[in-house]
Design a protein around this ligand. Structure first.
Ligand SMILES: Cc1ncc(COP(=O)(O)O)c(C=O)c1O
Length: 419
């Protein structure tokens, strides 16, 4: 029978245990069992984020210009901190959004509308992107009737700038690179893509949704992080998620533009209806004031030093995982991941990676998978630090048992869903 709103309400003391029962079977993310979705940092950061979020839980980012001036100021400061981090020029600007997908939708909408205004010969716009580009681009294409041209990667799983150059035509409005891409955790050669963008006078968007708020700190620590920000002249927009490695609560992301004139095309402005004129900078209307306040608080709580300390621990952990995985006979890390996304595949025909995934699932680990190549992916946060030995032991055991029971790859189906 379909559930109805109960006639009589119940108190929190009754509801809380019922909700706990409902979620009891959910993935045990607190003990590192989830390969993505959750990014826990430290108890201190968690407390700061929760306190700030709950303090401004009721405020609405939609009213930042008129009603919640203080939340509006926090939002502007979050944007400015991001612009500084990405070496943006003086006239650059940006917006806070509800996530990577919204940031990408907005960058693409701004580019489309800028293209309409400045390149009228583009009537059927396309975006040239590496094969590893996040499906949020396809969502944007679906919404805005655009074409996405996915271009095969180089053998090191990074974007192939030459092949992308060759895929561009007179209807191309944007080219894309990731820093890093989701499936392999590698940063595309943005410097080369920037040269293509400058040569062709095209809009280059850098999808730094995952890596934006960790890569600059890893670079400062001496890790080999390719340049991907506004210091490259071809980069016109960057998306970077606060709710991933910015260590801020969901929903929070940022999108930045080299010049305010690009950002102007992001705005939605409508007066032709019964209500008053509606102007919004982003796609959504109501936005959680708590998420804006929490982002401001976390960034100020951590500071550069805090972000560096976390990046140091995370990168060290990721390198240990990579070494441990490569040391398991039959497994190999895909490419050379730059931050903490690690994908690994089987290099032994007797070891079906899909069966290894099944075995890991039966041991309580949620498993994310990629298709090209078929590999297991983990996007690690500090939650994965204390469980490394356990994970690696279970992985080794899974590989051994799959090898021992023979390769049944023909019958196995690879579940690559991560929705
Ligand atoms: C590279 C990349 N871009 C965009 C996104 C979309 O972000 P969100 O899930 O916050 O919308 C993701 C999500 O993992 C991602 O990895």
């Amino acid at each position: 029978m379909r559930k109805e709103i109960p006639l009589k309400g119940r108190s929190w003391s009754e509801l809380e245990p019922e909700m706990e029962t409902m979620t009891a079977g959910d993935i045990d993310w607190r003990h590192g069992r989830s390969p993505m979705y959750v990014f826990y940092t430290t108890d201190e950061v968690y407390d700061v984020a929760r306190n700030a979020y709950m303090k401004y839980f009721t405020e609405n980012g939609l009213g930042n210009a008129k009603a919640f001036i203080g939340i509006g100021q926090m939002e502007r400061e979050v944007i400015e901190m991001g612009l500084s981090l990405f070496n943006a020029p003086e006239n650059a600007t940006g917006s806070m959004t509800t996530g990577g997908t919204e940031s990408l939708l907005l960058a693409i909408k701004s580019c489309r509308d800028w293209t309409r205004a400045n390149r009228p010969s583009v009537v059927k716009p396309n975006i040239v992107a590496p094969m590893s580009t996040h499906p949020a681009f396809d969502k944007a294409a679906d919404l805005m009737d655009l074409e996405i041209r996915r271009v095969p990667l180089r053998p090191d799983h990074r974007a192939d700038a030459k092949a992308m150059d060759a895929a561009i035509d007179d209807q191309t409005m944007m080219i894309v690179g990731a820093a890093p891409c989701f499936p392999h955790g590698v940063i595309d050669p943005i410097e080369e893509l920037s040269e293509v963008a400058v040569k062709r006078d095209l809009w280059l968007h850098v999808d730094a949704c995952v890596g934006g708020y960790i890569s600059p700190f890893a670079k400062r620590l001496g890790y080999d992080i390719p340049v991907f920000d506004f210091s490259l002249p071809g980069v016109r927009s960057i998306s970077a998620d606060l709710h991933k490695f910015g260590h801020c609560p969901k929903p929070a992301s940022t999108v930045f533009y080299r010049d305010t004139s690009y950002h102007d095309f992001q705005k939605f402005d409508h007066a032709e209806w019964s209500g008053g004129r509606m102007i919004t900078q982003t796609y959504v209307g109501t936005r959680p004031g708590g998420a804006i306040a929490a982002a401001w608080a976390v960034m100020n709580n951590l500071g550069i030093e805090g972000y560096e300390e976390i990046a140091s621990r995370m990168l060290k952990m990721a390198h240990q995982y990579k070494d441990d995985i490569n040391a398991i006979d039959g497994l190999k890390v895909v490419g050379d991941p730059h931050i903490t996304i690690v994908a690994y595949e089987s290099v032994d025909p007797a070891v079906d990676i899909a069966q290894v995934a099944e075995s890991m699932r039966s041991k309580g680990w949620l498993i994310g998978m990629s298709r090209l190549p078929v590999a297991i992916i983990t996007m690690m946060s500090l939650l994965h630090e204390p469980v490394r030995a356990e994970y690696i032991a279970d992985l080794k055991d899974s590989v051994d048992s799959v090898r021992a029971t023979g390769n049944k790859a023909a019958g196995s189906s690879v579940n690559t869903n991560y929705s």
